[in-house]
Design a protein around this ligand. Structure first.
Ligand code: NAD
Length: 330
């Protein structure tokens, strides 16, 4: 009986992995998702549930053990010496409280968090030598990304020279503002071209252009929020780091807020869930990060996600829900 149940779970896990892989290729490699994010997220959560309760069913190639997807583009490859990770996500206040409890158990006392908007774009990494931009890349599979330096140099919010001669690798999000997205799709429709499914995929497709002039015409922007290593900086907290990145010449998202308890985090979540549709760029949630950078370092990461941060995902916006209900098949 027990073995029959295990067989059924093994089959279910394999079917989920198969679906997630196919959807991942469409999303990460082809910039053309075939299901809504919530469909992907629900299948992913179910797989995590099975793999957590039955660790013997985890396979090394499971999407739960990997960041992004394999890279098959023509761009030359960049090795990320310090991996670019994904992020754990939660969908309720209870799960958020459980994340906080894990941190407290680990650190031994309550900590402060920095709350940030989760920008709906794609992660990029910018490497500066003596203050000069030398390389820009995508996250790729976390260890190997694509060299898109020429394209990133066309984006006005990315400084080619910093205000200080630092050697540093800065990470953040490249996104397409809602207005650029609407204009782009209007033009594509008028020209009889396929429209992009959402601003995230439009941004990803625009960054992967072989002609930088096309990227420039897409009116992309960036918010930087992280560094591969904080050693070159003076800051010792996430919130100080954002201010320091701004002083260096980066564009940062100004909405960040330090929260000293869970109520302050929930208040931030509520504020931005309410304002979501009025923002000039898409967000799909809130990111909550341990504010102390030395604590971030000591908490470390799993193979896939940092232990010091979590994304609280918003439910899909009204229009997306209808599509999701039709397409939900898992
Ligand atoms: P993710 O997008 O859920 O979260 C991690 C990413 O958040 C980081 O890599 C970073 O790029 C971004 N981010 C934005 N703002 C940030 C901030 N302030 N601080 C730190 N990071 C910030 O994870 P992922 O691995 O990039 O993608 C997985 C998600 O992609 C899934 O949860 C799903 O919603 C979506 N997805 C959808 C499909 C589909 O078919 N629709 C397929 C694959 C993945």
């Amino acid at each position: 009986m027990a073995s029959q149940k295990n067989d059924a779970l093994r089959d279910e896990a394999e079917a989920l992995r198969q679906n997630l892989r196919e959807w991942g290729v469409a999303y990460y490699t082809e910039d053309n998702p075939v299901v809504e994010d919530i469909t992907y997220d629900k299948a992913y959560q179910r797989l995590v549930e099975i793999e957590t309760t039955h660790p013997e069913l985890v396979t090394p190639d499971s999407p739960t053990q990997q960041v992004g997807d394999a890279i098959i583009s023509d761009f030359s490859k960049v090795t990320h010496d310090i991996p670019m990770l994904s992020m754990g996500d939660v969908f309720s206040e209870e799960e958020l409280a459980a994340f906080n409890q894990r941190i407290i158990n680990n650190v031994g006392e309550p900590v402060s968090y920095n709350c940030e908007l989760k920008i709906d774009g794609l992660a990029i990494s910018l490497r500066y030598e003596d203050g000069v931009l030398v390389q820009g890349s995508t996250r790729g599979n976390g260890s190997i990304g694509e060299d898109i330096t020429r394209n990133l140099k066309t984006i006005p919010s990315i400084p080619t020279k910093l205000t200080k001669p630092l050697t540093i690798e800065v990470r953040g999000e490249c996104y397409m503002p809602k207005e650029s997205f609407a204009n782009l799709n209007k033009t594509r429709e008028a020209n009889g071209e396929a429209v992009f499914a959402n601003p995230r995929n439009a941004a990803a497709g625009s960054l992967r252009q072989l002609d930088p002039k096309v990227t420039a015409s897409r009116k992309l922007s960036t918010f930087m929020y992280n560094v591969a290593s904080f050693d070159p900086l003076e800051s010792r907290t996430q919130s100080e780091m954002l201010a320091e990145l701004q002083e260096l010449g980066f564009t940062i998202n100004p909405t960040y807020r330090v929260a000293n308890d869970m109520d302050a985090i929930y208040a931030y979540v509520d504020d931005y869930q309410a304002q979501r549709s009025e923002l000039a760029y898409g967000i799909d949630g809130i990111v909550i990060k341990v504010n102390s950078l030395p604590l971030q370092r000591s908490l470390g990461a799993t193979v896939k996600v940092p232990r010091w941060a979590i994304a609280y995902k918003f439910p899909p916006e009204e229009s997306e829900t209808v599509v999701q209900e039709i397409e939900w098949t898992v």
